[in-house]
Design a protein. Structure first.
Length: 343
């Protein structure tokens, strides 16, 4: 039989490199395909195992190949790189993907549905709008400071500056500068509306998803984090434990251990940066609330805050939140407050 049973595809924008081998490892496919040829070519191909790197457009192609009857698997690019034998090129990459997808110890990325990707795009769009809002506010503050007009930090300070621009009664601001500032003010108002609309749509997605609603019961987790977790982790069983999920997010320390001596450093910051930042912000809110109340149901957190800074404690709490979220997603449990005697 000369039919390929394992195929590696090096994805690109327009030209894809394909590498296929038979059961005994004989190379039978080594060619390039244009974007328009992909589906028609794999429609003629008997069902087989297809490996791809988890990168841009990979989830789309994986869904299409599964629809055609193939078994598609996605792998992190950093796990495929060791299988590249020599120089990097499309042929070598496709061959490495084809070999890596058959390894029994390889870790795979769950294929996201179109709905899950839509929620993630909503989160990324909101994140972009928030950055644009910060940029516009900084620009308005900086431009007005050139004319000696400075307001306090925070939302109230920005509103005072916007009022100065709107009224146009301050003689220190020339007319030409005021016209530019009015354009920035209008842009800022539009971005704020877009953020509010994104928040509304995220809340709708949260209310329509049972898992997201359960995750929101965890202290420090709201609709924003809950929907991001559900969309980013389509299959929690891909991770063997909550620690694996925390490691994927980048909330565990880097190791440089040898000879039986454990050397732990700073957090790895690997994986999903957006989830990591959101979880840390949620953990900081829990710590801030505990300080206001002077009480927390987590004695370990109290002891940690006595000897470490709040930010280090927030990383530890974010790690704990990620592990709790994995357990709830994997087993379908509801959140239960920890016992103060054992927590």
């Amino acid at each position: 039989m000369n039919e390929a049973i394992t195929i590696g595809i090096d994805l690109a924008k327009n030209v894809f490199q394909v590498h296929g081998v038979t059961a005994d490892g004989t190379v039978v496919i080594r060619r390039q395909l244009r974007r328009g040829q992909m589906l028609s070519s794999f429609e003629k191909q008997p069902p087989c195992l297809i490996g791809m790197e988890a990168c841009a457009t990979s989830h789309h192609w994986a869904r299409e190949l599964v629809r055609l009857g193939h078994e598609a698997r996605l792998m992190p690019p950093c796990y495929v790189k060791p299988y590249v034998k020599r120089n990097k090129n499309d042929m070598a990459d496709a061959e490495a993907i084809c070999e890596a997808v058959t390894r029994p110890t390889m870790r795979f990325v769950a294929i996201k549905t179109a709905e899950q990707q839509s929620v993630l795009i909503l989160h990324k769009s909101r994140q972009l709008f928030v950055r644009q809002r910060t940029t516009l506010i900084n620009a308005i503050r900086g431009h007005l400071a050139e004319f000696g007009i400075v307001a306090g930090v925070g939302r109230n300070g920005v509103e005072k500056l916007l009022d100065v621009i709107k009224r146009g009664e301050d003689d220190r601001v020339p007319e030409g500068a005021r016209e530019c500032l009015l354009a920035l003010r209008d842009q800022l108002a539009m971005v704020k509306c877009q953020i509010q609309e994104a928040d509304r749509r995220i809340l709708e997605a949260h209310r329509s998803n049972e898992t997201s609603q359960r995750l929101a019961d965890i202290p420090g987790v709201g609709p924003l984090i809950a929907t991001a977790l559900v969309a980013s982790v389509p299959d929690p069983h891909v991770f063997r434990s909550g620690r694996d999920l925390a490691a994927w997010i980048g909330l565990v320390p880097r190791q440089n251990s040898t000879g039986g001596k454990e050397r732990l450093g700073r957090i790895s910051k690997a994986g999903n940066r957006y989830l990591r930042s959101m979880l840390v912000v949620g953990a900081l809110s829990v710590i801030r609330r505990a300080k206001q109340l002077g009480y927390t149901r987590r004695p370990w957190l109290t002891r940690l805050l006595e000897r470490r800074s709040p930010k280090i404690a927030a990383i530890a709490l974010a790690n704990k939140i990620a592990r709790t979220a994995w357990a709830m997603m994997a087993h379908g449990n509801y959140y239960q407050e920890p016992d103060t005697q054992t927590a």
